[in-house]
Design a binder for this molecule. Sequence first.
Ligand SMILES: NC(=O)c1ccc[n+]([C@@H]2O[C@H](COP(=O)([O-])OP(=O)(O)OC[C@H]3O[C@@H](n4cnc5c(N)ncnc54)[C@H](OP(=O)(O)O)[C@@H]3O)[C@@H](O)[C@H]2O)c1
Length: 250
Amino acid sequence: MKKYVLITGASSGIGYETAKAFAARGENVIITARRAANLERLKAEIYAAHPEVDVVIRVCDLSNTGETIALYDSLKAYDLKAVINNAGRGNKGGFIDDDLRRDIDMLHLNMDAVYILSSLYARDYKDVEGAQIVNVSSIGGYLVVPGSSLYCATKFFVSALTEAIDLEMRKGGHKLRAKVIAPTTTETEYEQTAHDSNEKFDYAARGGFYFTAKQMADMLLELYDSDATVGSIDFATRGLKLSEPKHPHL
Ligand SMILES: NC(=O)c1ccc[n+]([C@@H]2O[C@H](COP(=O)([O-])OP(=O)(O)OC[C@H]3O[C@@H](n4cnc5c(N)ncnc54)[C@H](OP(=O)(O)O)[C@@H]3O)[C@@H](O)[C@H]2O)c1
C-alpha cells in the first residue's frame, strides 16, 4: 500500500516548501489548506518535477473543529507515513487591542487542530514503525514575546503537547515519534496574515536575519530524519539545533 505524508498549511510558506521537499524524495503527499488554487499550483509544480509522486488535495478550514475531524476521517483509506502540523498564524499584537473573534479563530487553528490531528493519528498509528508527527511551533513557543502574548501561548501549547506525546510514546513502548520544530523569522506570508494586510511584507527592509521558507523546510526534514524530539535554531551557526525534551527522568 502506498504511503502518504499529510502536510497542513501547504498553500504557502513553510508548508508549501515542505510538501515540495518530501515530494523531491519520492514521498506521496496530501496537501491541505483553505486556498484551493494555491494547492492546485503546488500539485502542478510537484507533478512537473516528480511525475511519479501522488499528490492529494484536501481543502479544509482547520479553525473549524468539525472540518478538522472530517479531514482526518476522509483520509482513513490512506496509509499515513507522517503528519506535519504546520498550519498556523500570528496575531496583530497587543493583548488588549486585538480582535477577540479573530484571536479565538487563531486559538482553534494553532492549538485545537494540532491537538485533533495529533491525537487521531497517534491512536491509529502508535505502533506503526516509522510513524511520525512533526508539529510546527515557534521560538515564541519557548520564549514569550511582548506584543505576541496569545500567539506565544498557542505555541507553548504546541511545544509542550508534542514533547509530552513523545515522552509518553517512548515510555509506553510505542513506535510513534512526535517532534517539534521551533522556527525563527522566516520569509513567508506569516507577517502579512498576522496583520491582516493585502501587502507583501518586506522582510529585507525590516532588517535582521531571516530564513527562506525552503531553508526552514529543509530543517524540518532534518529533524524528521533525526532521532531528536526538538528542533530549534542555533543563532551562532544559524542552523538547526537538535535536542531532547527537558524531563527529569529521561
Ligand atoms: N514565518 C515565520 O517567521 C514563523 C516563525 C515561527 C513559526 N512559524 C510557524 O510556521 C507555520 C507556517 O507558517 P508560515 O510562516 O509558512 O506562514 P504562511 O505562509 O502564512 O502559511 C500559513 C499556512 O497556514 C494555512 N492556514 C492559515 N489559516 C488556516 C485555516 N484556518 N485553515 C487551514 N489552513 C490555514 C495557510 O493556508 P490558507 O490561508 O490557504 O488556509 C498557509 O498555508 C505556522 O505554524 C507559523 O506559526 C512561522
